[in-house]
Design a protein around this ligand. Structure first.
Ligand code: ADP
Length: 633
């Protein structure tokens, strides 16, 4: 009975450059059940193309294809996958096994795509392995098998699937003569058991084993010779048929099998999986770190605000004010206002020449009384002999000015001449956060009369308790002078909530953009690595399709692999991110703020990043044409 018929089938390739290639020209051919056919002919004659068309791995450009029980005409890709899964087995010169996985996985692959459950699948695979004498190799890693063993595994795969048609493209091409004999023996056995076998070969010895030899040259069948009478399809059940055929209640791969296959697949490619996981780990770790640090930094911004800016109030006025107390007393008056911690009065003196024995500079001196260090947040490198506040006749010189004046070691109490008066230098101003210009100027100790006489512009700098600034700001002017509070201008921190909010939002925006950039880079890296991986797996993908995988099955396989990589990378990234947050917060002495929602978020992020990276590759992998990929690899 006819198993396959080709009617006037042509296959024309249209390469991007160069002329069209007519690989098959109007070939008509019938292959009967149980036949053993050899296809021979010169290289480039069209043998592989014919085999691919017979196996539904390639679409004819024109003509009709009939597989027993199907309607004549063109077969769509979904039907082709189903027909391949149920009726056709392939044996390739390059073996095409699942590398670095147990042999049994490769043997059962066709059954997997038919939806056969794990137990019957394993049973049939082991039976088929036993039939080719490789029972002991079932759990052996395919990459450790010899060429002959690998080809017999491919034959076992054909047997396990009980294919009606076995197509073999140069099956002995990579084998020595002893192994080639073994493989041919096995193929004969498959044929005796009822399957039609079609072998493409260059070897006359191989062709001599066939019942019929078809010679193809230049895309046409030039001869078709029966060498022996067609063997009767055995009336008695053949040796392997005693075992029951796998039960086929489903036509789609089972979800659990698909998950297990994807896991085995990523486990078999450790280095590549590791590289992909690493990209996810980096993306997730960066995101977790920036999100985590943004929470910690948020808390830190608030604290910094309360610690500094939010506690600074200043009052300034032009002296004298009516009925005012001596300027010397204003710091004490300010301290009597609730919430004030420190106060200093600073009175500007007209700019004048300041000189030492060796240099002179024109500067703006200030006279001060009160707690300069605390209230103005000034750091002073005090001379070892000096104690307490600045006394009349003493000066603190800014370190920059001291350098210009070539001031000697302050321990030896050098002096400066200011407007004809001599001052002993009691310390150097090394930092001044509220009055940054002080590093280039100098402050002079004063008594009550000095302050009131010299003054024209007075400034009272006040440092309040945390949160007390607005209240102090409202009470300070009447406390200094109840008669003319309107002449005193008060500078209090800007609306703290607003400024703090702006700074916090700025910090957050920077961190978020950094995170987004990290994610983009990771996705780009993953698109790249996954595409490279898919390219490297073209042969495997072609083989899976030859064995019945639909485009959707391949797309799902690559996606599930990406999800696994995402899960692993997400967990790894979470761990690395947490460590990074701890390291940064501990080194900065911040209180680490851990948000528990980061945990599921990290894993989800890993999955999203990895699937986004893999999506492109999944589509590409699904679309790969089996014939071209099996040929290319
Ligand atoms: P054989 O198996 O007899 O060596 P093939 O079937 O491989 O021959 O090839 C038949 C012809 O088709 C050759 O000229 C080959 O170069 C050409 N061919 C095969 N595949 C392609 C392709 N994908 N694109 C263009 N030409 C192709």
């Amino acid at each position: 009975m006819t198993l396959i018929e080709l009617r006037r089938v042509s296959r024309t390739y249209t390469p991007p450059r160069g002329p069209e290639v007519h690989a098959l020209r109007s070939v008509s051919l019938k292959i009967s059940e149980g036949e053993f056919v050899a296809i021979v002919g010169p290289s480039g004659g069209g043998k592989s193309t014919l085999l691919n068309v017979l196996g539904l791995l390639d679409d004819p450009s024109s003509g009709e294809y009939l597989l027993a029980g199907t309607r004549p005409g063109r077969v769509n890709r979904g039907d082709a996958a189903r027909l391949r899964a149920r009726h056709i087995a392939f044996i390739f010169q390059a073996f095409h096994l699942l590398e670095r996985r147990p042999a049994i996985d490769s043997v059962g692959l066709n059954l997997l795509y038919r939806g056969v459950a794990l137990r019957p699948r394993q049973k049939d695979s082991i039976r088929a392995l036993a039939a080719v004498g490789l029972h002991d190799c079932a759990w052996q890693n395919t990459s450790t098998l010899s060429g002959g063993q690998r080809q017999r595994i491919a034959i076992a795969r054909a047997m396990a699937g009980d294919a009606q048609l076995v197509l073999a493209d140069e099956p002995t091409g990579n084998l020595d003569s002893a192994n080639a004999e073994l493989v041919l023996d096995e193929l004969e056995r498959v044929n005796r058991n009822g399957a039609a076998v079609v072998i493409v070969t260059h070897s006359p010895e191989v062709a001599a084993r066939a019942d019929r030899i078809i010679r193809v040259s230049d895309g046409v069948v030039v001869s078709d010779t029966e060498t022996r009478a067609l063997r009767e399809t055995p009336a008695n059940p053949p040796e392997d048929e005693t075992a029951e055929t796998p039960e086929e209640t489903r036509t789609v791969i089972r979800a659990t099998d698909m998950l297990a296959d994807a896991w085995a697949s990523i486990s078999s490619r450790r280095t590549q999986t590791f590289a992909q996981c690493l990209a996810v780990v980096i993306a997730v770790a960066l995101s977790i770190t920036t999100l985590g640090l943004s929470a910690s930094a948020h808390a830190q911004v608030s604290e910094t605000f309360d610690a500094h800016l939010n506690r600074e109030v200043s009052a300034s006025w032009t002296t004298p004010l009516p009925d005012s107390e001596p300027l010397m007393d204003t710091p004490a008056t300010a301290r009597s206002v609730a919430g004030v911690e420190a106060a200093v009065i600073v009175v500007d003196v007209a700019a004048t020449a300041v000189s030492t024995a060796s240099a002179t500079a024109q500067v703006q001196p200030h006279m001060v009384a009160g707690d300069l260090e605390e209230a103005a947040r000034v750091e002073i490198d005090v001379a070892p002999w000096h104690q307490g506040t600045l006394a009349p006749g003493e000066a603190y010189v800014g370190d920059l000015l001291a350098r210009d004046l070539e001031l000697g070691d302050i321990a030896s109490a050098p002096t400066v001449q200011v407007a004809g008066e001599r001052y002993v230098v009691a310390g150097l101003i090394t930092d001044s956060q509220r009055l940054p210009l002080l590093r280039g100027e100098l402050v002079l100790g004063a008594d009550a009369s000095d302050l009131d006489e010299v003054g024209s512009d007075a400034t009272l700098l006040v440092r309040t308790m945390a949160g007390a600034a607005p209240q102090v700001a409202s009470q300070l002017a009447p406390a200094i002078n109840p008669f003319a509070p309107e002449r005193i201008s008060i500078v209090a921190p800007t609306d703290d909530g607003q400024l703090r909010g702006q700074i916090e939002a700025g910090v957050q925006a920077t961190l978020v953009s950094f995170t987004l950039l990290a994610l983009l880079v990771a996705i780009a890296a993953l698109v790249n690595t996954t595409l490279m991986a898919v390219n490297a797996r073209r042969g495997e993908i072609g083989m899976r399709k030859a064995l019945g995988a639909k485009e959707r099955d391949i797309g799902i396989l690559i996606t599930v692999e990406a999800v696994y990589v995402g899960l692993l990378g997400g967990v790894g990234g979470l761990f690395v991110g947490m460590m990074a947050i701890l390291t940064v917060t501990i080194s900065q002495r911040w209180a680490p703020v851990f948000d528990l929602t980061l945990m599921p978020l990290a894993v989800l992020l890993g999955v999203v990043v990895s699937s986004a990276g893999g999506a492109f590759a999944s589509i590409r992998a699904a679309r790969l044409r089996p014939a071209e990929n099996l040929r290319a690899s």
